[in-house]
Unconditional design. Structure first.
Length: 537
């Protein structure tokens, strides 16, 4: 039975007279269900027309998630949804307790929950808790995108419980046959976005990926999904994936094994980065996972999408890199958005550095995207492309003759600072006589960064600076397909680079499908490149 517990904050001591007018803690009300506890301010709880009915909805959501995943978080301890006055970092933030920003609670209750909505936002955060931790070391073996999983798992919740969900002004009634579903909204949102959104190897995969995954569920049902979740818990630490693309590809292969339906080809045709193995190279998904984990190379499309004018030549460049960690003694571990300022007093001629997202954790999960800039006496002298996670790096060499103030800047790559731990590695200034001075040995004039503190000669975690990739020295074959024709990419100017130049495109979007093989490895990586042709502005 749901129990309603009203409690008041008690003073542990008698306040002095001069403090008697200080604001008292707000009265809180706790409503306890089978799996979920609501702990809101009294005036927030009063806004709920039927608090027990909504709590019962949340309990049913918990039970559906447990049925899908096969386990429960926090060893079965009830999850508290707690009203907080201080901004927790979002509308609400998962954990136990789930921190719900009080600023939005009353309006959410009045605008949706009191209309029968189970609350997309709160069920989203409960679903986050059913990720069971983030990353392989925490047992969350299927994870590659937390936001995707929090939403996708709730597809099962809403279907199972015949829920009503309000999202982006739409009402989704799962008890109404043929009615709108959340995945229909995702499809509409995805249609407004560029093709590039569906091709990212890391970060938020977005609405289009979710909608396509829902299409797979329509084909195979939820039972194979349940089996795959449970199968992941049988994997040993040595069989778990530490790479986002490998993890996603393995999940798809595991669904194939449980359902008997070939869905890899569908994901490739849809344009998602995907790994496959040669026929006969593996007997089951577990063997495929071991092969993925042992893979020693990776692929990055340098520019995606590629923009051009009608008739303009277009070069598609592919970097193929070996995963062979390289460690460095010197450098600056930092985090966007950051500015590191040095007074050079015009003493140096050359600046050199390796730049990228460094560190073991970033190399493993390949999260983050960062841009690097050099500002010399107020003038930008270098700006990098956005560098993705996974340890890929670039070499920077700039003339700084006469420069008095040098500012090293990092930005978030345009998508927030999550997973953006990065570094200026082996960073040095060289004078006219060839004398080398490492910047980590100099005291900066000032340091600003949005997260963490500057780490001389170490990454943000205090570990030795490391990049995962080296130029690939093995034979590489990159084959493209466009309008039914195939062609092989040529070796580029850099050891790890392969490229092909197209010309004569008309206006519109053109899709180039790539298959990449390294040496005699039975693993093939599939990529899609979008070439967008329009008049120059």
């Amino acid at each position: 039975m749901v129990r309603l517990l009203v409690f008041f904050a008690l003073l542990a001591f008698v306040l002095p007279v001069f403090a008697a007018d200080e604001a008292q803690a707000p009265e809180m009300v706790s409503l306890e269900g089978k799996h979920i506890i609501l702990k809101l301010k009294a005036d927030e709880m009063k806004c709920l027309d039927d608090a027990e009915a909504w709590l019962a909805d949340l309990d049913r959501a918990y039970e559906a998630l447990a049925d899908l995943v096969g386990r429960v978080p926090y060893d079965g301890e009830k999850i508290t949804v707690l009203s907080v006055d201080e901004y927790p970092g979002g509308w609400a933030v998962a954990g136990n307790p789930i921190l719900w920003y009080s600023k939005y609670i009353t309006s959410t209750i009045n605008d949706s929950i009191n209309k029968g909505d189970c609350s997309f936002g709160i069920t989203h955060e409960i679903s986050h808790d059913f990720d069971l931790g983030y990353g392989p070391s925490y047992g969350n073996l299927w994870w590659w995108d937390t936001e995707f999983w929090a939403n996708f798992k709730n597809d099962y919740t809403y279907e199972t419980n015949k829920s009503v969900v309000y999202l982006d002004g739409y009402r989704c009634d799962y008890g109404k046959p043929g009615g709108m579903r959340v995945t229909d909204i995702y499809l509409m949102q995805a249609a407004k976005k560029d093709t590039v959104d569906r091709m990212l190897k890391g970060g938020w995969l977005g609405d289009a990926f979710h909608h396509k995954f829902a299409e797979i569920v329509k084909q195979v049902g939820w039972e194979p999904m349940k089996k795959v979740f449970r199968w992941y818990f049988t994997l040993s630490p040595e069989e778990r994936q530490v790479d986002l693309l490998c993890n996603r590809s393995l999940f798809i292969h595991a669904i194939e094994e449980q359902s008997g339906v070939n869905i890899s080809e569908q994901f490739i045709d849809w344009g998602f980065s995907h790994l496959t193995v040669a026929d006969g190279a593996a007997e089951d998904a577990k063997e495929i996972g071991r092969m993925f984990r042992a893979k020693k190379w990776s692929v990055d499309i340098v520019e995606r999408p590629i923009y051009a004018a009608p008739g303009e030549k277009v070069t598609v460049q592919v970097d193929v890199l070996e995963q062979d960690p390289v460690y460095f003694e010197k450098g600056l571990g930092t985090h966007p958005r950051s500015e590191i300022v040095y007074n050079l007093d015009g003493k140096y001629k050359t600046f050199e550095s390796l730049i990228g997202i460094a560190g073991k954790a970033n190399a493993e999960i390949r999260s983050g995207s960062v841009g690097f800039e050099l500002i010399a006496d107020g003038k930008r002298i270098y700006s990098s492309p956005v560098l993705k996670g996974g340890g890929m790096y670039r070499h920077v060499k700039q003339d700084i003759s006469g420069v008095k103030e040098l500012k090293l800047v990092t930005n978030d790559g345009g998508n927030g600072i999550y997973g953006d731990g990065c570094a200026w590695v082996d960073t040095k200034v060289i004078d006219a006589n060839g004398k080398v001075t490492y910047l980590s040995d100099l005291k900066p004039v000032s340091v600003k960064q949005e997260y963490g503190e500057l780490s001389p000669d170490a990454d943000l975690d205090g570990n030795q600076l490391m990049f995962l990739y080296n130029p690939c020295k093995k034979p590489v074959k990159v084959v493209g397909r466009l309008n039914g024709k195939t062609f092989e990419f040529r070796h580029g100017s850099q050891p790890e680079t392969y490229e092909y130049t197209f010309d004569g495109f008309s206006k519109g979007k053109h899709y180039v499908w790539l298959t990449i093989n390294v040496d005699d490895d039975p693993i093939t990586q599939h990529e899609l490149v979008t070439i967008i042709v329009k008049d120059k502005e």
